[in-house]
Design a protein around this ligand. Structure first.
Ligand code: NAD
Length: 255
């Protein structure tokens, strides 16, 4: 049986956990060759092995490591067809602008935004040469809405990811390379669980704004990534692809 991304090479950053992990599994099910990048060596290797893919230990803030990641993908499988630039952090020291210091600000910008710049820069030459490619960058619903419970650097970084994705999508649209920003609502992953375990009141406040009344599941994000990665989304580029349980459309939510 032929999968929806059969024999395409997919580089997935942050693939050892959460949304990245679910996407590794989903794309592998649909026939992709998986190249998993993460700083978590143990989990990353285990997950990559479980889908017959390869693990490349990569800190996505490091240009040399990112360049090496995409080089390995190309050398191993002959192409780079899908780049899911997804690794990100949401540390507690990134909070209200009044309390967030410059180090915390910079660290989040590096991991969430500079990394996406580096990964796109590394993926694009192969894709342009092939005349085909799909880049999916993980932004967030906070790229399009403001939260009173602020994480200032995180929100700003995701706004940057959204804006960069849109511009790249426009720039390369006639060369066969599509670039979209996945904007998840709150998703039930370790990143969110950690954040809200420390502050249950914050979790409750977030949930109130979700029309569906629940957090998303990583598998629901993975399905959206699969769609954007496959030819089924061939007329979609530069999009703000919201998968958010209705948050961004709501003025009030049902009781
Ligand atoms: P997660 O913490 O479950 O997974 C993130 C992965 O990224 C981990 O495996 C971690 O080791 C890896 N990582 C962190 N820093 C890295 C680095 N410097 N280099 C390489 N890998 C690194 O998180 P998640 O919830 O699956 O989040 C994935 C993406 O989705 C992030 O960009 C996040 O901002 C975004 N997002 C998450 C939510 C949510 O509610 N969970 C909502 C919107 C957007």
């Amino acid at each position: 049986m032929t999968g929806r991304v059969q024999d395409r090479t997919a580089v997935i950053t942050g693939g050892a956990s959460g949304i990245g992990l679910a996407t590794v599994r989903r794309l592998a099910q649909e026939g992709a060759h998986i190249v998993l990048a993460d700083v978590d060596e143990q989990a990353g290797k285990q997950v990559a092995d479980s889908v017959g893919g390869i693990f490349v230990r990569t800190d996505v803030t490091d240009k040399e490591q990112v360049d090496e990641l995409f080089r390995i993908a190309k050398d191993t499988y002959g192409s780079v067809d899908i780049a899911f630039n997804n690794a990100g952090i949401s540390p507690p020291e990134d909070d209200s602008i009044l309390d967030t210091d410059l180090d915390a600000w910079r660290r989040v910008q590096e991991v969430n935004l500079t990394s996406v710049y580096l990964c796109c820069k590394a993926a694009l030459p192969s894709m342009l040469e092939q005349g085909r490619g799909s880049i999916i960058n993980t932004a967030s619903f906070v790229a399009v809405m403001g939260a009173a419970t602020s994480q200032i650097s995180y929100s700003a970084s995701k706004g940057g990811v959204l804006s960069m994705s849109r511009e790249l999508g426009v720039q390369f649209a006639r060369q066969g390379v599509r670039v979209n920003a996945l904007c998840p609502g709150p998703v039930n992953t370790p990143l969110l669980q950690e954040l809200f375990a420390k502050d249950p009141e914050k979790a409750q406040r977030r949930l109130v704004h979700v029309p569906m009344g629940r957090f998303g599941e990583p598998e629901e994000m993975a399905n959206a990534v699969l769609f954007l990665a496959s030819d089924e989304s061939s007329f979609i580029t530069a999009s703000t692809f919201l998968v958010d349980g209705g948050i961004s459309g709501a003025y009030v939510t049902p009781l």
